[in-house]
Design a protein around this ligand. Structure first.
Ligand SMILES: [Zn+2]
Length: 424
């Protein structure tokens, strides 16, 4: 990681989806662009940075936000989440994803990873809204629908990978080692080889998961997954809260990319992942919000601040995750995790224009000693005034070009309908 970068006063020239130039232009050069019909936007007083890359979540779970908080994990899943999810239609998932995308764009996320079902409808929401996404149909090996789910995954990847002007990429999404037995994982790996696609998977989220794996297989979930062959495919591992030294060695051996979910891990009392250690070992670490039912928002600024703070507190080391590292984890490291770092994650010539702007004309940005410190420790995501994805402006002076009220009302209606259904 580059440790010494600092903010500079520059102009950015965007042509179509691409960042064409990043340099300080003279007034004559600016006039020449204007003469050639370039739209010129004055962003003086704002901090411009790459958009946030949210590397793990379940977007449509916005529909379950605040439904059944503060419960033990198993009770929460069995009495709240699974019965509610059982009522969700394809159309509900489309609207729930749209609600998530509104929240993400308004809080500066330009790309998100998603693992859910009815993925055609998730892709439709991504296509229409203009955001970037890495999508995977969640696969549960114990489900009676597992064969259909595998076929759906294959069809989905063939239809959507690199589509919507390249904004959509796809991976396979085996849910977790405890929901996918080895025989099923074998089939997932074979399909991943056939389609040449990475895998997204939850690993070692809770202590119980690790204990159960030792009881069943005599080894940790990471050791078990290595034995099954999962890491022969490029892997995005979410959570990774409970890891042994050997688990970390295995991650290094296969260059497994890790997604840290601090808000979700704290709320579900899962623990704190050993992120400083993973970084010291040279592993790629990024940040995810997880679903809105275990967070409860999709605000990446909150997650990156949690990342910068909790590891200091937990390790008694104020240098555990410095502000610049936290910003990189939320941007370029996210792009590396999703294997799109050649396209996004930094503002450099030739990359896709996925850019956000913070309005810094608020009290909490003064005095302006260090803007990186202010973004990490002081900023509010409501300060984000402009967002571009693939060169297209999605947020302009905090205004979104979308009928947000329609989406809010629709999601409220869906939630009330499901609650009434569950009471019957
Ligand atoms: Zn998850």
């Amino acid at each position: 990681m580059e440790k010494n970068w600092k903010p500079e006063l520059l102009d950015i020239i965007i042509e179509g989806q691409i960042i064409r130039k990043v340099k300080k232009l003279s007034s004559d050069e600016i006039q020449e662009y204007k003469n050639n019909n370039y739209e010129c936007i004055d962003l003086s007083g704002k901090v411009i940075m790459p958009g946030f890359v949210n590397t793990h979540g379940h977007a449509a779970m916005t529909l379950l936000r605040g439904y059944g908080d503060d419960l033990p994990l198993q009770e929460w899943l069995e009495t709240k989440i699974w019965p509610f999810e059982g009522q969700l239609s394809d159309d509900d998932i489309y609207w729930g994803t749209k609600l998530a995308v509104i929240e993400m764009i308004q809080s500066g996320t330009t790309c998100f990873a998603d693992m859910y079902f009815s993925m055609e409808h998730v892709a439709k929401a991504v296509e229409e809204t203009g955001i970037r996404a890495c999508l995977s149909r969640g696969l549960i090996g114990f489900s009676p629908n597992k064969d259909i789910a595998l076929q759906e995954s294959k069809d989905f990847i063939k239809k959507w990978h690199n589509k919507s002007e390249g904004r959509i990429t796809c991976t396979l999404g085996p849910h977790a080692p405890y929901t996918c037995p080895p025989e099923f994982l074998d089939r997932v790996i074979a399909l991943a080889n056939e389609l040449d696609t990475p895998l997204q998977i939850h690993i070692s989220e809770t202590k119980k998961e690790v204990e159960d794996c030792y009881n069943q297989y005599g080894m940790s979930p990471v050791e078990h997954l290595e034995k099954v062959g999962v890491f022969t495919r490029p892997t995005i591992a979410a959570h990774c809260v409970h890891l042994s030294d050997n688990d970390i060695e295995i991650f290094k051996k296969y260059d497994v990319k890790i997604c840290h979910n601090p808000g979700s891990n704290l709320k579900l009392a899962s623990g704190i992942a050993p992120i400083p250690k993973l970084l010291q070992e040279g592993l790629t670490v990024s940040i995810g919000t997880d679903g809105a039912s275990s967070n409860n928002n999709l605000d990446m600024l909150e997650e990156l601040r949690l990342t910068a703070l909790i590891h200091k507190g937990a390790s008694f080391d104020p240098l555990a995750i410095p502000a610049r590292t936290a910003l990189e984890i939320a941007t370029i490291e996210g792009a590396k995790t999703l294997r799109i770092d050649q396209q996004v994650g930094t503002i450099i010539e030739g990359k896709q224009a996925d850019i956000i702007a913070f309005d810094t004309e608020y009290a909490h940005y003064y005095p302006k000693f260090d803007l990186v410190s202010h973004i990490v420790y002081s900023a509010n995501s409501r300060d984000i005034s402009h967002v571009w994805v693939a060169g297209k402006q999605l947020l302009k002076n905090r205004e979104l070009h979308m009928d947000t009220v329609k989406v809010f009302n629709k999601c409220e209606e869906i939630a009330q309908r499901i609650i009434a259904e569950l009471k019957k």
